[in-house]
Design a protein around this ligand. Structure first.
Ligand code: ATP
Ligand code: MG
Length: 355
């Protein structure tokens, strides 16, 4: 297969982890005989420095002509005092909006060799393999905001169409996985949640192979800590998804291993690590590239339908951890920690030797 990918390295450790992930992408391309055509473009602080805007027209143009986007991270102290229009993070919000990426996917999968890093008990953190599907472009974060002397309000509004498209997406994703969908709402008190629940119930008939449950968000917040392995796919609105995905992200014990995707229901998508630009370790060559490498696996699976290739990257990452190789953030003995490039070499060697 031939695919065009736009690479947006961004700021801080972004360029380092992206370079590592691109090497893994090329190894997979070589092994499975795919041609990945890469186009590099600027976003965030790097784009502000070069073009005086966090998302230049050229970048949008390049992304429009590609099948998927791989992003590193944006932001850093250098731009913290910039006016709102010249903040790196603005570039990310704009790119999601420009391409109408309404669904945010955050998988959380425990690695047996990293269980000691989890704040949860080993037996609770073990065997977690869940995917949070968060609505990203509607709800209370975007509703009308008002303020008087004595009060403030935020409108929480969802249209039928907005809910239907995210729910359809989640059902499709559940079909690709273990066939279980948990819809999360607060239907005992919120009207938007009651509409949400009705739509999930209506859609159920179209996906007979998916088993559906409805849960209240407060109960899910507890169960993610007491019994996270219960879940397969969780679908929820923008605010609940924001909170639950951060809660779920601590289960694995490291930000450095969590990938994410922002998609829109066709094959196009933006893939990026969950972590930020970590400016304090930028340029040292010690960042953990696992989250970005696993984001590439998500791209192969969701945008290109390359299931086997995606699984091979995930297998290789897990094997390298199992062999006891870690970057500094995860290494118990810091002196034995591998650099970003050394750790990436191990992943590539794993992909090559399994060939
Ligand atoms: P942002 O606002 O961009 O999300 P942040 O300050 O909230 O940034 P991160 O940049 O993700 O958070 O960093 C949080 C902590 O985790 C930092 O101490 C950073 O060094 C560490 N960290 C994050 N990602 C990695 C990584 N890939 N490898 C090693 N350490 C990391
Ligand atoms: Mg952050």
């Amino acid at each position: 297969m031939e695919k065009k990918i736009t690479i947006l390295p961004g700021d801080g450790i972004g360029p380092e982890v992206v370079a590592a992930a691109v090497r893994v992408l090329q190894a997979i391309g070589k092994r499975y005989k795919h041609e990945f055509h890469l186009a590099y473009a600027a976003i965030g602080g790097a784009a502000i420095d070069q073009f005086n805007t966090p998302l230049p027209e050229e970048t949008i143009e390049t992304c429009s002509q590609s099948d998927a986007i791989l992003l590193g991270a944006v932001g850093g102290p250098k731009w913290d005092n910039n006016p709102p229009e010249l903040r790196p993070e603005k570039g990310l919000l704009q790119i999601r909006k420009t391409f109408d990426l309404f669904a945010n996917l955050r998988p959380v999968k425990s690695f047996p060799s990293l269980l000691d890093s989890s704040p949860l008990k080993r037996e609770v953190a073990d065997n977690v393999d869940l995917l949070i599907v968060r609505e990203l472009t509607g709800g209370i974060y975007f509703g009308e905001k008002k303020r008087t002397e004595s009060a403030a309000s935020d409108l929480n509004i969802y249209t039928r169409e907005e809910i239907e498209r995210i729910v359809d997406n989640a059902f499709e994703l559940a079909k690709l996985r273990r066939g279980r969908l948990c819809s999360v709402d607060k239907a005992n008190v919120l009207e938007t949640s009651r509409l949400w629940r009705e739509i999930v119930e209506e859609k159920k008939a179209q996906y007979p192979e998916v088993e559906v449950e409805h849960n209240l968000v407060d109960s899910v917040a507890m169960k993610l800590i007491t019994n996270p392995s219960h879940y397969d796919v969780i679908v929820t609105d923008n605010m609940f998804g924001d909170i639950l995905s951060d809660e779920a992200s601590v289960i694995t014990g490291s930000l450095g291993v969590l990938p994410s995707a922002s998609i829109r229901g066709d094959s196009f998508g933006l893939y990026e690590p969950v972590h930020g630009s970590a400016p304090e370790i930028a340029g040292l060559g010690i960042a953990n590239p696992a989250a970005t490498i696993l984001s590439v696996a998500m791209m192969l699976r969701y945008s290109f339908g390359m299931k086997e290739e995606a699984a091979e990257i995930e297998r290789a990452v897990n094997a390298v951890f199992e062999d006891g190789y870690f970057t500094r953030d995860l290494a118990k003995d810091k002196d034995s920690a591998l650099t970003t490039d050394e750790w990436t070499d191990k992943v590539i060697a794993e992909i090559d030797t399994n060939f």
